[in-house]
Design a protein around this ligand. Sequence first.
Ligand code: FES
Length: 117
Amino acid sequence: MKITQQVCHEDDVWEGEKYYTVIDGISLVLVRVNDEVKAFQGWCPHQDISFEDAELDGCTLTCLAHVWKYDISTGQGINPKTSKLIEFPIEINEDGNVIVTIEGDMHPSINLRGGIA
Ligand code: FES
């Protein structure tokens, strides 16, 4: 499985706010950190709960289900430190559109479920 799809315009992703979306059943959280747009999995690795309602404070993304925290500049878990978010490669074309590539072998959870929303 490989998906390469335009998900938004770069102007939709503001510093300090998350942009949540779902493409082909796979949820994504896009953020802008130091003027760089990044795309991460849009579900929490703890119990696969959506990040749609997660809170972003600076570079800390907090899942409201059980308060696991992630550094959104890297995807690395803050609490617990052993957790980590999948980061998907993005490209911004000449029109400013953000294009994300997701491959099924990037993480076992994508292969197993064929997409997570
Ligand atoms: S599902 Fe996110 S902290 Fe438990």
